[in-house]
Write a protein that binds this ligand. Structure first.
Ligand SMILES: Nc1ncnc2c1ncn2[C@@H]1O[C@H](COP(=O)(O)OP(=O)(O)OP(=O)(O)O)[C@@H](O)[C@H]1O
Length: 446
């Protein structure tokens, strides 16, 4: 078979496939024009058997009829062609498990004249996050904002660089720290969380460094500190922005020297942990205001990663609802109505995914018929809806907020029952419906 850049016979293709079998992860050889020349067994197990010699990577992985860059995604092959260098990019691929995150690595293969003749593509399956509902307690998401965060996380994971997770409360910083640990070379070691808010100076030291017997009144035995507990693993300092200045000095010393002393101890101890910190605060501003030490800030912010708020990833809402309902006791068989979903899609979620989870937990308890509907949502979600409704009523020509008809009807009725001065019979007459229908609609509102 003649392929652009490379001449291959059927035999050599079979040989290449078996060479690719040395690679345990799914791998292919791609021609310069995106065709799959050979693939290994791991690839076949995930992506299925490739029928025909003309199948392209973008058809199999995405179901596209054009290369990824023409479908609005970044294409590693195109980038490889442009740079002549190995490229890595996180993509959503169609696999036997449905769509999943895949870390695609593409390396140019050259002949003796140094010309690129094909590309070696290796797919690292991302285990730290799912793009479809499924088992497990980890992160889920498929929006571009979520994928960007995931890509950064995977880049940082294999090194020992200190990572600073930045995001509003409830955006999943702790879950992300856990994912970082799981994807790191220390994944077999412990993952230890230190909740920094509310730790007094003495508690901070004894919790973190541990104490010797008799170090202070009540220290009846030796206590291992969290730094020792994290030996060989990851130490996660949650809410690092809450640490008062005196404790910041101690933390800085620990990070700079890699040693510490237990409370009441004499010998310096060697620390062995990978540091991950998180905060919902603007640490730079805290530095400017003199609330956070600049030297400590530079130590911990070597690799900052922004966690998107739920507002920045509205496309993920249906997936998150599906997954969270499965994770909530009693929520497995509960569903959410279209009306309730469309209200949530417009809600701002100041408490992010934690707030969404709380809303669903409450909904599961209130929904007797296994369907979370408008009346099962908290007032805050609906108050905002009323603002939207008022703007819809007031504007003659605005099409900014198109509400589903049933939501609009319920909002309209809600509004009418508050302002209409007559009785239900008169209201039904004016609405052109029977009184019974009006009662039925009103009972849904309650
Ligand atoms: N991507 C996600 N997929 C599924 N669940 C998530 C995701 N992100 C967060 N959650 C869930 O949302 C809740 C809050 O997450 P987490 O505690 O990690 O947030 P946080 O940013 O650390 O919050 P805080 O700043 O208040 O400590 C948890 O129940 C967590 O399991």
């Amino acid at each position: 078979m003649a392929v652009k850049g490379l001449d291959l016979t059927a035999t050599s293709l079979a040989e290449m496939s078996s060479i690719l079998d040395v690679i345990k992860e799914p791998a292919t050889l791609l021609s310069l024009d995106y065709r799959i020349l050979a693939y290994n067994q791991a690839y076949q197990a995930i992506y299925g058997e490739i029928q025909g010699a003309d199948k392209t990577c973008y058809q199999v992985s995405h179901g596209y009829s054009v290369p990824c860059d023409q479908a609005g995604e970044s294409c590693p092959l195109k980038r490889c062609q442009e740079t002549g260098q190995k490229q890595r990019v996180l993509h959503l691929h169609n696999t036997d498990q449905g769509q999943e995150h895949v870390d695609v690595e593409l390396t140019p293969v050259r002949n003796s004249e140094n010309d690129v003749i094909c590309y070696l593509e290796i797919m690292h399956l991302v285990k730290e996050a799912r793009a479809t509902p499924g088992e497990g307690a980890g992160m889920v998401g498929r929006s571009a904002a979520f994928s960007r965060m995931l890509e950064m996380l995977r880049r940082a994971a294999p090194s020992t660089i200190t990572v600073l997770l930045l995001g509003e409360s409830g955006t999943g910083k702790e879950l992300a720290a856990r994912a970082l640990h799981d994807a790191s070379l220390r994944s077999r070691g412990p993952f230890v969380t230190v909740e920094c808010s509310g730790l007094t100076e003495s508690l901070f030291e004894s919790e973190l460094f541990g104490h010797e017997r008799g170090a202070f009144t009540g220290a009846v035995g030796r206590k291992k500190g969290l730094i020792e507990a994290a030996r060989g693993g990851t130490l996660f300092l949650d809410e690092i922005g809450e640490i008062p200045l005196p404790q910041q000095v101690k933390l800085l010393r620990l990070i700079e020297t890699g040693t510490y002393r237990t409370v009441g101890g004499i010998e310096p101890m060697h620390a062995d942990f990978r540091l991950v910190c998180a905060t919902h605060r603007n640490l730079k501003r805290q530095v400017e205001e003199g609330l956070f030490r600049q030297d400590l800030y530079y130590r911990i912010s070597a690799f900052p990663i922004d966690l998107p708020s739920l507002r920045e990833r509205p496309e993920d809402l249906p997936l998150l609802i599906d997954v969270l309902l499965k994770r909530i006791a009693g929520g497995d068989s509960v569903q959410i109505t279209e009306s309730a979903l469309s209200v949530l899609k417009r809600y701002a979620f100041p408490g992010n995914i934690r707030e969404l989870r709380n809303i669903l937990e409450r909904g599961v308890l209130l929904a007797d018929d296994g369907r979370i509907d408008l009346q099962h949502l908290p007032k805050e979600c609906l108050v905002m809806e009323e603002d939207v409704q008022v703007s819809v009523f007031n504007s003659q020509d605005s099409i900014e907020h198109i509400l589903p008809l049933d939501v609009f009807e319920q909002r309209y009725l809600n509004h009418l029952v508050k302002v209409f001065k007559g009785d239900n019979k008169q209201l039904a007459d004016q609405l052109g419906i029977s009184e019974r229908t009006l009662y039925r609609k009103l009972s849904r509102l309650k």
